[in-house]
Every structure is written in structure tokens, then in C-alpha cells.
Design a protein around this ligand. Structure first.
Ligand SMILES: C[S@@+](CC[C@H](N)C(=O)[O-])C[C@H]1O[C@@H](n2cnc3c(N)ncnc32)[C@H](O)[C@@H]1O
Length: 296
């Protein structure tokens, strides 16, 4: 291993088209490692994705093979930092504001009013919402805008706390800044755009009124220890995250999220995702054109 540790001081910019290739045994071992530390599963068809995303990193570290990279991830004193870099390279962070509006409609018209009405009216009513796997923040900020525009006027005694978490630290840094491009805002309704964004050139700056409702934290959903800190939520959004996991990780994460929810709380997964074959713990609730999972 000595060779590997010495190499960390050689963060060279080697860009030569080296002969670093991902061999079969390395691919199987690397994907097993990634699965264990993140829940993310790469089928055989994603082998090229892994190779192309990580090859440059292997070279940057001055390593000569994926075998050495796997050892580096396991044994190097810098493995914590390297894991962060790995997550940054392999996660798919596609997201945008107002994604899947039928689900948002169910949240606005059914789920949030039900959750609020179920809370006792003594002083302020507190609502806790978690966007798990929030990427660059568009999802939790969308919920914050809906709260300000539609919920707060009807329920002025409600205080909301929204937490956005992700395994990838760099997307959270983007989320905290709150400045977006055209792609992210393309489905934002006109009235929301003019109320909640300041437009400068081709950039959309989220106003403080929205930013202050959302807090971002680094949380790995398969890390049981970190998940112990995530408790007392009324609504959890886990949209477009489970699709990247294998069956075991899906079960594990959904069960941990079940524990994170208050009784009566809801879990919503992505529009194309389902908890069939994952758990029977929730009651399935059908809204007009969306489904959510209730912890009874
Ligand atoms: C495709 S994005 C979904 C973003 C947003 N929820 C949406 O629906 O638009 C999936 C996100 O899940 C995150 N993710 C993947 N595995 C994770 C894990 N084990 N713990 C926390 N976040 C994870 C990725 O980093 C990525 O940002």
C-alpha cells in the first residue's frame, strides 16, 4: 500500500491517454464497493459510464489501474475525501423546479392541508418536510415556494422547516447559493417566477424569502448512523432516487425513512417509482393523479 499513499502527493494533471482500462474483475469489485457505500447499483450496461467517469480520476491520482484505485478507496488515509469525490463523479443529479406537477398538486391541495389540520391548534403549528436526495435544491425550494404562495395565506399559524439532503456535497454547495439557469426554471409558473426570482442576464437568483425556509445537509441515505439524526418529519420526498438503488438498498432506505416519519406522515417517491415489492408498511393513498405512502 505504501506506493498508493505516496502517490497522493502527486496530484498531477496527467491527461495522457493512458492504458487505464476497467477490467471485468475490477468492474465487479468497484460496483460492489459503490453499492455498499451508497446503495447505488450499476448494472453491466453502465460499465462504460463508470469507466469513463472514473478513468480521469484514476489518472489524476497518478494511479496506473482501477485495481490501485479500489485499494486507494479502501485503505488510503484520504479515503473519506476520495469517497466524496467518487460520489460527485457517479451520481446522476438531474433535477428542475416544479418537477412532476401532478404530484406537487397533491402535496399542495391534499397532503399539506391534511397534515396541518391534524396538528393541535395551540400556538404555532410546525410542519417538517424533508427532500431526500435533493441534488442542487430545486425540489425543496419548489416546496418552499408552494408553501409561501398557497399554504401560508390559508394557514398563517403554520411554520415550515424544509431540509434538503444529498450524498453529493458539491450539489449541496450549488443549492445553498440558489442561482439557477434556464434549464432549471423552465417549468416555473410565471407568477412564481416573478415573485420568487430576481432575473439578472441569463441567471435566476432565488430570493431570500425562499432560501431562508430551506436548510441543506449532507446525508447518505444508506448510512444508518446518519439516518438516526433524521426524525420527526411530516412529509418526505424521495423522488427519483430509488431508481438508482438495488432492491436491498431500496428496502433498507425506505424502512429507515419510515422510522423518520411522524405517525400520519407521508412519503412520496418519484412519478415512475413505486414501493410495490419494497414494503407493505405504508398505506397507499391515491390522489387524483398521484400516489403517496402514509405511515398510519
Ligand atoms: C436524479 S436526482 C433527484 C433530485 C430530486 N429529488 C428530483 O426528483 O428532481 C438523485 C439524487 O439522489 C442523490 N443520491 C443518490 N444516492 C444517494 C444516497 N445514498 N444518499 C443520499 N442521496 C443520494 C444523488 O446524489 C442525486 O443528487
Amino acid at each position: 500500500m505504501r506506493k498508493l499513499f505516496v502517490m497522493t502527493s502527486q496530484f498531477t494533471n496527467r491527461t495522457s491517454s493512458s492504458d487505464v482500462v476497467l477490467r471485468d474483475d475490477e468492474f465487479f469489485e468497484l460496483r460492489g464497493f459503490i453499492l455498499r457505500v451508497s446503495g447505488i447499483f450499476f448494472p453491466d450496461s453502465k460499465r462504460y459510464f463508470i469507466e469513463s467517469r472514473l478513468k480521469k480520476r484514476v489518472e489524476q491520482l497518478g494511479l496506473s489501474s482501477f485495481r490501485e484505485y479500489i485499494d486507494f478507496l479502501r485503505f488510503s488515509p484520504y479515503r473519506g475525501k476520495e469517497l466524496d469525490i467518487l460520489f460527485g463523479l457517479i451520481t446522476v443529479n438531474e433535477t428542475y423546479f416544479f418537477r412532476d406537477e401532478l404530484q406537487l398538486k397533491a402535496i399542495e391541495e391534499n397532503i399539506l392541508p391534511e397534515l396541518i389540520n391534524s396538528k393541535p391548534r395551540n400556538g404555532f403549528r410546525r410542519l417538517r418536510i424533508w427532500s431526500a436526495g435533493c441534488s442542487t435544491g430545486e425540489e425543496p425550494y419548489t416546496i418552499a415556494m408552494i408553501f409561501l404562495e398557497k399554504i401560508q395565506p390559508k394557514f398563517p399559524d403554520v411554520v415550515v422547516e424544509i431540509i434538503g439532503t444529498d450524498i453529493n456535497g458539491s450539489v449541496l454547495e450549488v443549492a445553498k447559493i440558489g442561482v439557477y439557469g434556464n434549464y432549471s426554471v423552465r417549468f416555473v409558473p410565471e407568477n412564481y417566477l416573478s415573485r420568487f426570482f430576481e432575473i439578472k442576464g441569463d441567471k435566476f437568483y432565488l430570493r431570500d424569502e425562499v432560501k431562508r425556509l430551506v436548510r441543506f445537509e449532507r446525508v447518505n441515505l444508506v448510512d444508518k448512523f446518519q439516518m438516526l439524526g433524521m426524525k420527526g418529519f411530516d412529509l418526505v420526498l424521495l423522488r427519483n432516487v430509488l431508481i438508482y438503488f438495488d432492491e436491498g438498498a431500496r428496502r433498507e432506505v425506505v424502512s429507515l425513512i419510515y422510522d423518520s416519519l411522524n405517525r400520519g406522515g407521508y412519503l412520496m417517491v418519484g412519478y415512475s417509482e413505486s414501493l410495490r415489492n419494497v414494503t407493505k408498511a405504508f398505506k397507499v393513498v391515491y390522489f387524483e393523479k398521484a400516489v403517496a405512502y402514509k405511515k398510519e
